[in-house]
Design a protein around this ligand. Structure first.
Ligand code: DON
Length: 323
């Protein structure tokens, strides 16, 4: 089935074009991540009609890292609503690195849920007692979006936990400011566990396509997410998903997206596609070098930018069907 679609060809071409791109470096600040093979490179594109197109090492598992953040934000909105969630975290781009130890001085909240401080505030909200219950709820929801059971990499979790003092500092700052409750260790365990969940590139494309498909997994039609909050999530992905590269990303690619230091990146074409790339060599801002190149390429070829003048993107599925 894959060979009959123009997407198949685009995915294969992007893979061939960028497999020789070797810039960047694998993250090592979490020591276990340093074991990743920098040559690995996978691409997956899932349509809201349930087709999936893959290339390269798409079956290779890696930890989701910060790509867990938009999904955790979705879960917080579903469980607590907008008002209570936004009392703990803002929706303003910080323009700073993902691990900055800072709060918005006007509100004393973390700037947004895509940076570490905001994600820890969200984890504090969705954690449960016992802590395993909140972690299992997250992993189970993500598995439904991916369409298969997912699990946590215990070695990465250990590595994150023992080296996560910067995140610990942010959490205690937020406790001091009344943003999170005194269950600081549980909030951090929830956050570290979310980041340590194993996925492959296809899983990420399915998770992105579930957001694109108004919360339903496009293959089995499982209603995973409450669609009324997806616009909140896609908005912060659009404005804050790539941290201090978010403006450049919006300008060049024009799609909601999220990257992770494990080497994954997702992009959502609302009502149409989920795009995922895995390549663990990162640029200095913590984003996958090949991941950015592939997303730029696909967005340009398919006219996916939100403000594309030719507007091919908005009629893309129609165009595919007519082809
Ligand atoms: O908290 C951390 O530093 C990691 N667990 C996640 C950071 C991350 O993926 C940043 N993304 N580019």
């Amino acid at each position: 089935m894959e060979t009959s679609s123009p997407i198949h060809e685009l995915v294969q071409n992007a893979y061939q074009k960028y497999r020789e791109l070797n810039d960047g470096a694998v993250a090592t600040y979490i020591p276990e991540l340093g074991k990743a093979n920098g040559d690995h490179f996978g691409i997956a594109v899932a349509t809201v009609d349930g087709e999936v197109f893959t290339a390269g090492d798409w079956e290779q598992e890696f930890t989701i890292q910060s790509i867990c953040k938009p999904f955790a934000f979705q879960m917080a909105l579903e469980q607590f609503g907008r008002d209570a969630t936004l009392r703990c975290v803002g929706v303003e781009p910080s323009g700073d690195a993902f691990n900055s130890i800072e709060l918005d001085p006007r509100t004393m909240r973390p700037y947004n849920p895509m940076i570490n401080a905001g994600a820890i505030a969200v984890s504090s909200l969705i954690k449960k007692s016992p802590v395993e219950a909140g972690i299992n709820a997250f992993v189970s929801a993500m598995g439904r979006a991916a369409g298969r059971e997912l699990r946590i990499d215990k070695d990465v979790l250990f590595s994150e936990t023992v080296t996560g003092n910067r995140n610990r500092a942010m959490a205690y700052l937020m406790l001091n400011c009344g943003i999170i409750d005194e269950g600081v260790d549980d909030a951090l365990q929830q956050y570290f566990s979310q980041c340590s969940m194993l996925v492959n590139t296809r899983d990420l494309a399915m998770m992105a396509a579930t957001l694109a498909n108004m919360g339903r997994n496009p293959v089995n039609n499982d209603r995973v997410f409450d669609f009324q909050y997806i616009k909140d999530v896609l908005t912060v992905m659009f404005t804050c998903g790539l941290y201090d590269y978010a403006g450049e990303w919006a300008y060049h690619v024009g799609l909601p997206a999220k990257s992770g230091v494990g080497g994954g990146i997702i992009s959502v074409v609302n009502r149409q596609l989920g795009i995922a790339v895995y390549s663990p060599k990162l640029d200095e801002k913590g984003n996958s070098v090949r991941g950015i190149a592939v997303c730029k390429e696909l967005a340009a070829h398919l006219g996916l930018h939100a403000f594309e003048f030719t507007n091919v993107g908005s009629s893309f599925m129609q165009w595919l069907k007519e082809d």
